[in-house]
Design a protein around this ligand. Structure first.
Ligand SMILES: *Cc1c(COP(=O)(O)O)cnc(C)c1O
Length: 368
């Protein structure tokens, strides 16, 4: 592996293939695979990841917002793109770039109908989202008649899919709840299909859903975090490969005497002689202040170095007492050890948040 000489987020595309193959192998050959590449591909790089997944024959992509879909289209992505959280203000653009909206409320449905009414469109693909318990986005079960009534005479659009989202697919203690969501979704989808008179696709599973409820894979699954190497499951995680590794270098080493402090607000005070390293990565790069003060740790030449004091905007300091290392040496903030999941857990958060927080200032480098 190339020598690192600045902070980089290394993206291992081979790991994406590994994870893609893993989740593909857990679903039926006829189930479509939607790859979720929202939020810059969970922080990695949506365009590079989507290009690669298009080669691997992902059937669909999903992003949260229209601007994310536009970036994919401008990079030449031809695969259908579902926009999970389309906003009224960007519906014209959505159509211009042939993105497919999730219609999740009367408000957004009416807005979309207004945008399409004077256009010469035929069977423009839309996706109807039903709320089955997450209570975030989605029509209610008893909105079926309302939706059908609104769209049945509109030749401009056609419902490609009906879908829903599980609230606690990773939590075995919520199995009953998840199974109720699944059976309610089946009922809603059956009623919708009967009343609309053709059969849209059905989909409900995210990564943990694929792992825990494969019986509910229906026509398609929506896999996000799993593609990036995390399954929210201690038995599955070792079978996946982390895609993103945040690496940096030691900028400077200091010898600290007892009683001296390190960093802003003197948050770390040395009780003994200590050796510290300053790293060129801070909260503006995505390593938040919650990792400071010995919560998080990084890996230097295979040893754990705890983050001491407050994380600064552009830097943080770690305790390297007893670690054989030099200025310029490589540091792993997260990657294989600690993993993003492990690092995130030190500050009581999850891999999703840590990965998507890595800011655009950090250079991405790709391993192919
Ligand atoms: C983000 C998202 C997903 C992907 O979830 P993962 O847990 O990352 O697999 C799937 N469906 C919807 C609606 C989402 O918002």
């Amino acid at each position: 592996m190339a020598q690192i000489n600045e902070t980089v987020l290394e993206i291992d595309l081979k790991a994406i293939k590994h994870n893609f193959d893993f989740f593909r192998s857990r679903i039926s050959d006829t189930t479509k695979f939607l790859a979720v590449v929202k939020a810059f591909g969970y922080g990695s790089d949506a365009v590079e990841v989507a290009k690669y997944l298009e080669e691997l024959k992902a059937d669909y992509f999903a992003v949260a917002y229209v601007s994310e879909g536009i970036a994919l289209r401008e990079a030449g992505i031809k695969t259908p793109i579902l926009v999970l959280h389309a906003q009224k203000a960007s519906l014209e653009k959505l159509i211009e770039y042939e993105l497919e909206p999730s219609l999740y409320s009367p408000y957004i449905l009416k807005a979309f109908l207004e945008v399409v009414q004077d256009r010469e469109l035929k069977d423009y693909p839309v996706h109807i989202k039903f709320n089955t318990g997450l209570n975030r986005l989605g029509f209610w079960e008893n909105d079926v008649d309302y939706i059908i009534d609104k769209i049945k005479d509109i030749p401009q659009l056609k419902v490609s899919s009906v879908f829903s989202h599980l609230a606690a697919s990773e939590d075995v203690n919520e199995k009953d709840f998840s199974q109720t969501q699944i059976s309610n979704f089946k009922k809603i989808a059956a009623e919708f299909t009967e009343k609309i008179g053709y059969r849209p696709m059905m989909h409900q599973l995210n990564t943990s859903g694929i792992i825990n409820y494969p019986e509910a894979q229906f026509d398609m699954v929506r896999c996000g975090i799993g593609l990036y190497g995390f399954g929210n499951d201690p038995e599955i995680d070792p079978l996946l490969k982390p895609v993103a590794s945040l690496k940096t270098v030691i900028s400077q080493i200091h010898m600290i005497e007892p009683g001296e402090s390190v960093g802003y607000n003197r948050a770390y005070k040395a009780e003994h002689y200590a050796k510290t390293a300053t790293l060129p990565v801070g909260h503006a790069d995505g390593i938040g202040r919650q990792y400071g003060n010995k919560k998080g740790y990084v890996s230097i030449n295979g040893h754990r170095a705890p983050i001491i004091g407050n994380v600064c905007m552009d830097m943080l300091m770690v305790d390297i007492t007893g670690i054989d290392c030099r200025e310029g040496d490589e540091v792993v903030v997260f990657g294989n050890e600690p993993t993003a999941e492990e690092f995130a857990a030190t500050a009581a958060t999850i891999s999703y948040e840590l990965l998507t927080a890595v800011s655009q200032r950090v250079k991405r480098s790709f391993l192919r």
